[in-house]
Structures are given as C-alpha cells and as structure tokens.
Design a protein around this ligand. Structure first.
Ligand code: NCD
Ligand code: ZN
Ligand code: ZN
Length: 379
C-alpha cells in the first residue's frame, strides 16, 4: 500500500508510559483489546499498562497473561509495569527481579502511593541494577483523602479535598531518595507548580529523576468540576490556574520529560456523584488534540511534542521509539494538524467514555498508525 501523506505530519509512533487497561479483572471498563484499539487510534504504538488490576501485576504469571494477550492481538505494544510492593499493599517489596525477568519495564503501585520510605529506598537501590525506573503516584494519602483539589471549588461544593502539599511532599521525598541512592525515580502525573520547581532543582543536582504530565492537567483547572462533574474527577486532582500555567511553561525547558495519558476508564455507573465517583479520565484518543492546542498557543513546538510523546518516554523505559531511519522499527503515526472530529460513540474505541471532552469538537486527528510496518489504524 502506498500512503499519501501530503499535508500530514509523519512522526515516530507515540509511547504512553501510563495506561490502565483493567485486564485481568475489570474488563467491563476496558480490556487489552479495546485499550489497544484506543491506543492506536490515538497514535500510540507502545503503552505501559499499570498493575492495579485484579489480581495485580505482582507475579510472573500475571505478567505472562498480559504479554500473551497483547501479543495475540498484535495491535499495539503493551508492556506491563509490575507492582513495587506485593498486592500493592505497601508492606513488602515485590520480587522485582522476577518481575523484570518476566518482562516488566517499570515498577509502580499507581493509585496506591508508596508511603513507606524504607521500601521506596530499597526499590530505588535495586532500580539501578534492574535498569528499570521505579515510578510513584505521589500523593501522601494520609494527607490527601478527599475528592478534589483543596481550594475554592471544593469549598463551594462542600467537598472533602486533596491538598497540593500531599503531592509535593512525596514528590520531594522521592527526589531526595533518588539523589542519595542513584536510583531512577519517575514521578507520575505531576500537577503542581511547586512540584515543577522540586523536579527542576533535583535535576539540576544530577539526580536520576524523570517525570510525566497528563494532558488534562495542562488543559483544565479545578473549575472544570463545575461543568463536567465526576468526569473531571481524577487523582491527583485538577488544580489551579497557576499550576496549569507552571506545567505549561515547563514543557519546553526539559523539566517535564514526557506526556502520559493516565488513561483511566470507568463505567458510567462508577461516575455518578463527584464525592463518591471513582477517579480517573480516559485519554488515549484526546492526548494529541490537547497537545496540539498547546502547540497552537505556542507553549511548545511540534518537534517538542514528538519528543514528549514518543522519543523521551521511549528512553525512560530503555526502548527505541520508531524512527523514519532505514532498518529502524516502523512504528509510525501520521496525523492531520487541522482535521476536526468529535469523540463520541462512533469514534471512541475505549469501552468507557469518562472524559470532559466527550462530545466535544477536537482539532487534530490521527490518520494512520503503523506498528511494526503494518497499518493498525486508519481514519
Ligand atoms: C487511576 C485509576 O483509575 O486506576 N485513577 C486516577 O484518578 N488517576 C489510578 C491512578 O492513576 O492513580
Ligand atoms: Zn496515579
Ligand atoms: Zn494511573
């Protein structure tokens, strides 16, 4: 097949270090097939799936299950992250060597922050030898117990809240531990202005710290809760204007390493009232249009977008992003900067629809995704 890419952008396939495919165990929300279809429709050729499944990805058997199922569909490269602690319970370390051997590319208890500093220190000491990053959901859940950001909107709605310091404290601790151990820590879904400063500082000190930001934290403030209700509920929560601005400014100066969607599907019945709803937003198909909006607003260049969505995240887990060079893996995305489309039942590949962007007109569309030389998505 000859592809006419005239007027389109051709780039290495996107790499997402943070998706929830809910498989095994919660496949009414998503599974490896539906998640993979959403991924390639969003231009992703490689994703790292989080281990908060049922059972969790904390044994070689579950790693094998994820690998086998994704290989059998063969649409997208689905790489498992293993848990840092057994059962994500925060009590004892998982067998990180066995998980790595089985094929895990990173470790995280995502959703359940690793609070025990001695466990985090041990995991980071191992990380250098394992050649795999230890990721963390940075929110001290003894301080962040509520539904949404602590601020004007939580006061207005009378909702329990999650203050930014809960995130900043754990982020700072993990940077300190990385600095002393030499281990590679990857801060997941960074959301605060102070967090940007913390990471910038420790990078300056030479610590092996990387971080990701979720497109929604670059787009929305806590006020989105007033419009979208539970579909705007996510952990860490949508924050204030100053935080959004600080994250946007940090996209181009090397402080933020990559964009990761934290694609977190939930069923409609799990997204009722804000106070009781499950946190999380689907994001695989909306990431590119959101990032292109920021390109249009001149927060970053198109080249930087490709770095943040493809080459940088690939480096973090030690894989090669697809390139256009001869002999390199032909994992490629071809997209249209201007094409408008709507995320709805016709276009959505996820089993879930929990996003404030549902039904909205988006600008920028993936036209082809090519994985290992095969067209796996075509608009
Ligand atoms: C995630 C989920 O639903 O698994 N939810 C979320 O609000 N981000 C867990 C997580 O990423 O912490
Ligand atoms: Zn998380
Ligand atoms: Zn997550």
């Amino acid at each position: 097949e000859i592809i006419d890419a005239k007027g389109l952008i051709v780039a290495p396939g996107f790499v997402d270090l943070h998706v929830h495919f809910r498989d095994p165990g919660q496949t009414y929300k998503e599974d490896i097939l539906s998640g993979s279809k959403a991924a390639v429709a969003g231009g992703y050729t490689t994703v790292v799936c989080m281990p908060n499944t049922e059972p969790p990805i904390d044994s070689p058997e579950v790693v094998e299950y994820v690998k086998a199922k994704s290989k059998c569909w063969g649409i997208c490269n689905v790489l498992p992250a293993g848990t840092v602690t057994r059962g994500r319970k925060g009590k004892e370390l998982s067998d990180l060597w066995a998980l790595k051997e089985a094929g895990c590319v990173a470790f995280t208890d995502d959703g359940a922050p690793v609070i025990d500093s001695s466990l985090m220190k041990k995991a980071l000491e191992l990380s250098a030898q394992l050649k795999a990053p230890v990721m963390n959901h940075c929110e001290d859940d003894r301080v962040a117990m509520g539904a949404i950001n602590e601020g004007e909107v939580s006061a207005l709605l009378g909702l329990s809240s999650r203050p930014p310091e809960a995130e900043d404290m754990l982020n700072a601790r993990d940077c300190v531990l990385s600095y002393y151990t030499g281990g590679h820590v990857h801060i997941q879904h960074l959301t605060t202005a102070l967090g940007v400063d913390i990471i910038r500082y420790f990078k300056g000190k030479g610590a092996r710290v990387t971080c990701e930001v979720n497109p929604y934290h670059l787009l929305f403030t806590e006020e989105e809760l007033l419009r979208s209700g539970a579909n705007a509920k996510v952990n860490p929560p949508l924050r204030k204007k100053e935080d959004v601005e600080a994250l946007r400014e940090a996209l181009s100066d090397g402080t933020i390493d990559c964009v990761a969607t934290d694609h977190a599907p939930h069923a409609v019945f799990e997204k009722g009232r804000v106070d009781t709803a499950m946190p999380g937003i689907i994001g695989l198909q909306t990431a590119l249009p959101v990032m292109l909006e920021l390109v249009a607003k001149e927060y970053l260049s198109l080249i930087k977008l490709v770095e943040l969505m493809s080459t940088n995240p690939a480096k973090i887990i030690g894989i090669e992003a697809g390139t256009l060079a001869e002999g390199a893996p032909a994992d490629i995305v071809i997209f249209d900067l201007k094409k408008e489309w709507i995320l709805d039942d016709e276009t959505n590949f996820s089993k879930s629809r929990n996003t404030p962007l549902w039904g909205k007109t988006l600008t920028g569309k993936v036209i082809y995704t090519i994985k290992g030389g095969k067209v796996v998505y075509k608009d």
